[in-house]
Design a protein around this ligand. Structure first.
Ligand code: AHR
Length: 389
């Protein structure tokens, strides 16, 4: 179109210059013709300019759309920030507080993230609603720490249909694989570690009979299932008696309540208490203190705990908890790696296990293996406690 306009203007200019040398009526007619040609060319030029301007506007809009689309493709739909929805279990324990802080620290605005955090207060329905609200918001990624292991396929299908990658942390989902990655701990191994440690420690102490009381975590949570199954496997193999197992819901109040009832029902009949997290152990200690039950190394009752949070390790150091089996709450840096891999278009590992340690004081450190793999225990010192979460 631009080439045609130039041709018309050149032709008109040539006619005008030829006519400059002519005279008479013929010249007038020719001049009129030339003038009309120039006018037509001018109109055509104006039209072309209008068309060109419209084209520029269209191109600019298309370019803006393309930039927006590229930003969305790169997962940065909100001012360059990657938006994440995190449906957290609740706030039941020191471990949970450390997990929440880990996510809030890593997925901060300063690090390029826009984090929507929902504390689901241990309510399974509320957790699914939180996930659905993240879908409605159109976040770039969803992180779920599933309160219980089952009932997830429908809502994960909704995430998949919305094209939002889901990353599961800590507890596992057992009835759906519609998530990109899971980052967490091996709860079965933790339970076996407690059992194998108890076997080796009891042998060292010359204790031949084990009568254990278990205060389990929230029923149906994979952390509860794995720890219960792992410890029971060793107990069954060794012929120990598990007198009772009741849930303390991973809380201090729950641990105290269950232990108060155990102290009444099993007075003088137990020599091991297994609490499936530190907060339950804190509550159980209060109940045993009140009931006059002596626990810890050198006393009647061996107290075993899981998590190994700062306060738990302080109780190991104080000679109250005999051994504490770590569950690492600092998943967020690993989740960030998964997200960066997805951003780069690579496929992350489906399962990411975090490193964990088994803690005790020197007199309680014994050699043991899990499924043939020799374990190393970590001595609790002030430095170890200071470095813990
Ligand atoms: O899922 C991890 C467990 O949940 C931790 O052991 C416990 O403290 C938390 O509540």
């Amino acid at each position: 179109m631009k080439k045609k306009l130039l041709g018309t203007l050149l032709s008109a200019a040539m006619v005008m210059s030829l006519l400059a040398g002519c005279g008479g009526a013929a010249a007038d007619t020719a001049a009129d013709t030339a003038t009309a040609a120039v006018e037509e060319a001018t109109d055509t030029a104006a039209d072309a300019a209008e068309d060109a301007a419209a084209e520029v506007v269209e191109d600019t809009e298309a370019a803006a759309d393309a930039v927006e689309e590229a930003a969305a493709d790169a997962g940065s739909s909100d001012g360059g920030l990657i938006s994440i929805g995190f449906a957290q279990v609740g706030h039941e324990s020191d471990w949970r507080t450390a997990s929440t802080k880990s996510c809030q620290d890593v997925f901060s605005e300063a690090n390029g993230y826009d984090l929507s955090f929902v504390d689901c207060d241990n309510d399974e329905a509320a957790q699914k609603e939180a996930v659905r609200s993240f879908i409605e918001q159109g976040v770039d990624y969803i992180i779920i720490d599933p309160i219980i292991a089952t009932g997830w396929d429908t809502v994960l299908t909704e995430c998949e249909d919305a094209g939002i990658p889901v990353i599961v942390i800590d507890r596992t989902i057992d009835d759906s694989d519609k998530y990109v990655s899971w980052v967490g701990s091996n709860f079965l191994t933790e339970g076996k570690a407690a059992g194998e440690w108890l076997k080796a420690y009891a042998e060292k102490q010359g204790i031949s009979e084990i009568n254990a009381l278990v205060i389990s975590g929230s029923t149906g949570a994979s952390a509860q299932i794995g720890r219960s199954d792992g410890f029971k496997e060793i107990a069954d193999r060794e012929g120990w008696t598990i007198l009772d197992e009741q849930t303390g819901d991973f809380t201090e109040a729950g641990g105290q309540e269950v232990m108060e009832s155990y102290c009444k029902s099993y007075e003088g009949k137990f020599n091991v208490v297994v609490c499936q997290n530190d907060n339950e152990a804190f509550g159980a200690m209060t109940a045993m203190d009140n009931a006059g039950v002596a626990y810890g190394p050198g006393n009647d009752v061996i107290l075993i705990s899981f998590d190994a949070c700062t306060a738990g390790l302080e109780d190991v150091k104080a000679g109250k908890i005999s051994a504490d089996f770590e569950c690492n709450p600092l998943a967020a840096p690993f989740v960030e790696q998964v997200i960066q891999q997805l951003q780069a278009g690579t496929t992350p590992d489906k399962e990411v296990y975090m490193e964990e340690h088994w803690y005790a004081l020197p007199d309680q450190i014994v050699d043991f293996s899990i499924d043939g793999a020799a374990q190393t225990m970590t001595e609790v010192t002030d430095d170890v406690i200071a470095a813990q979460y």
